[in-house]
Ligand binder design. Structure first.
Ligand SMILES: Cc1cc2nc3c(=O)[nH]c(=O)nc-3n(C[C@H](O)[C@H](O)[C@H](O)COP(=O)(O)OP(=O)(O)OC[C@H]3O[C@@H](n4cnc5c(N)ncnc54)[C@H](O)[C@@H]3O)c2cc1C
Length: 467
């Protein structure tokens, strides 16, 4: 069988992987989606209790919507905000159901290579199909051949550690039963009981940290929450932009997250500790945690720690293919300069397509959250545009593939770039920096996303990128 008759394998049935399948179908190309979990949107369901800062209209791919229409589906109340669970149950699962056999659950991709060619071999490499190794939920292993591979496996399963160096802090593993790397679901009684009346260190400065601080402040004000207190550990200093763009954010719900966190601080429910990079986590009497900073300062004792320091991509199953990743962000090299918070502040991220997402291994693409590596500004809309362009390129329609038309919302804050933890680099909330006039794809729109979480790199910028 010629490679062109083989399906395009998509790793992950998240929002971007499923959108990729829809775009390929529209182009007459057969997709095969391999998903490790038991459902569509397995990762999204794990943060199902968190409300998105994007409306329904902003998180549904237009081509997926077309595919769903014959089943009587339409975008639920487009201007309202879904939770992660709503997104998964009311959109991702119906979409996967329409795709039917093209989505395989319980299929964890463990390796990607070229048939008969390891990473080193050049000879006739590009004529060989991809081989994709899978560990199935029933314990069996399976191998698929593919004409191309779109890795949309996200970064959810690899959160950053508490340690300020990017490595786990000393003792972080030993204290694991008191550390969570997710925004706690305080609607669940057992989780509520874990944090009610307790002192919790929240480490991180992105939208997830804002959400956790606001939720803990709500808990503190509830009848059973007396004594609940958060210590907010930030690696950077406080500035006007610490809380994001507020009312100047073009995504109002995203701006509101920062305002809710500010209110938690102003009301005394959360106490910020700035410029603090965790070196060690010590256990005190009664199992309490004490965070030790690289400068010797100590924070605590606290009962719990919630670590929300961003995510990093897992590229371990891509060892036998030739990737070109930026050394800082672990994002494709062409894309990285467009999203690197060390180089840019809030506004200078452009929509991009197949060219920025390509690698020396032709036919292999990282898309979605994973394509951003450690950069914190990813939005679903960006991913939908990525896979539209990739599908067009795979169909040979380069004119369409190169045309990037997306306009993304701005955060409404802006900061200087590149300096480490210096508050002076901030230019104040409400401003927005001017980026280059056009992106690598010739697009003129800018993306500015407050992070779902902050990556360490983001915290090195003095601006809004993920902080
Ligand atoms: C708390 C939170 C809130 C967010 N809010 C917004 C928002 O309001 N607006 C917005 O635009 N964006 C938001 N984002 C960012 C982004 O849009 C989402 O993270 C989105 O889910 C990314 O989609 P994805 O398809 O790239 O990855 P994911 O949703 O992570 O999907 C990846 C899928 O791949 C599967 N997988 C992983 N590894 C393998 C493997 N080896 N083999 C097979 N399958 C695998 C996973 O199980 C998962 O189902 C938010 C992110 C978070 C974490």
């Amino acid at each position: 069988m010629s490679p062109h008759q083989l399906p395009v394998v998509i790793v992950g049935a998240g929002p971007v992987g499923l959108a990729a399948a829809a775009h390929l179908i529209e182009r007459g190309i057969e997709p095969l989606v391999l998903e490790s979990g038991p459902t569509a949107g397995t990762a999204v369901r794990e943060w199902g209790h968190v409300r998105l800062f994007s409306t329904w209209a902003e998180v549904v791919d237009p081509v997926a919507e077309k595919l769903l229409a014959p089943a009587g589906w339409s975008v639920p109340a487009p201007q309202t905000y879904p939770s992660g669970s709503d997104w998964a149950e009311q959109y991702l699962q119906p979409l996967a159901d329409v795709l039917g056999e093209k989505v395989r659950y319980g299929h964890t991709v463990t390796g990607v290579s070229r048939r008969g060619r390891d990473r080193v071999v050049d000879a006739e490499r590009e004529e060989q199909p991809f081989v994709v190794h899978v560990q199935r939920g029933d314990g069996d292993r399976e191998r698929f051949l593919a004409r191309a591979v779109i890795d949309a496996s996200g970064t959810w399963s690899t959160p950053g550690p508490a340690g300020g160096s990017g490595l786990p802090a000393l003792g972080e593993d030993v204290a694991s039963e008191r550390i969570s790397y997710r925004v706690p679901d305080l609607a669940r009684p057992e989780v509520r009981a874990r944090y009610a009346g307790r002192r919790t260190a929240v480490i991180g400065s992105g939208a997830s940290a804002f959400t956790a601080l606001a939720m803990l402040a709500d808990l503190a004000q509830s009848p059973e929450g007396h004594g609940t207190h958060a210590v907010w550990v930030l690696r950077r200093g406080m500035s006007d932009s610490t809380f994001g763009g507020g009312t100047a954010d073009q995504l109002p719900a995203r701006g509101a997250l920062g305002l809710a966190a500010k209110s938690a601080v102003d009301s005394g429910h959360a106490e910020p500790v700035t410029g603090f990079r965790v070196e060690a986590v010590e256990r005190g009497s009664g199992g309490h945690l004490v965070l030790v900073g690289e400068d010797g300062r100590r924070v605590g004792p606290v009962d719990e720690a919630v670590v929300l320091t961003g995510f990093r991509p897992d590229v371990s199953f891509l060892e036998e293919v030739r990737l070109r990743l930026d050394e800082r962000l672990q994002a494709p090299t062409e894309l990285a300069p467009l999203i690197d918070p060390n180089q840019h502040s809030c506004g200078t991220v452009y929509p991009h397509g197949h060219r920025e997402l390509s690698h020396p291994e032709q036919g292999l693409f990282l898309a979605g959250m994973k394509s951003y590596g450690r950069a914190p500004t990813f939005l679903a809309l960006t991913g939908y545009e990525q896979v539209r362009s990739i599908a067009a390129a795979l169909a040979g329609d380069l004119a369409s593939a190169d045309r990037v038309e997306l306009v993304l919302p701005e955060t409404g804050v802006c900061g200087g770039a590149g300096l480490f933890d210096t508050v002076e680099t901030d230019h104040g909330a409400g401003e927005c920096c001017t980026g280059p006039e056009s992106g690598a794809s010739g697009a003129t729109a800018r993306e500015a996303g407050v992070a779902p979480d902050s990556a360490p790199g983001a915290e090195q910028s003095g601006g809004c990128c993920g902080s």
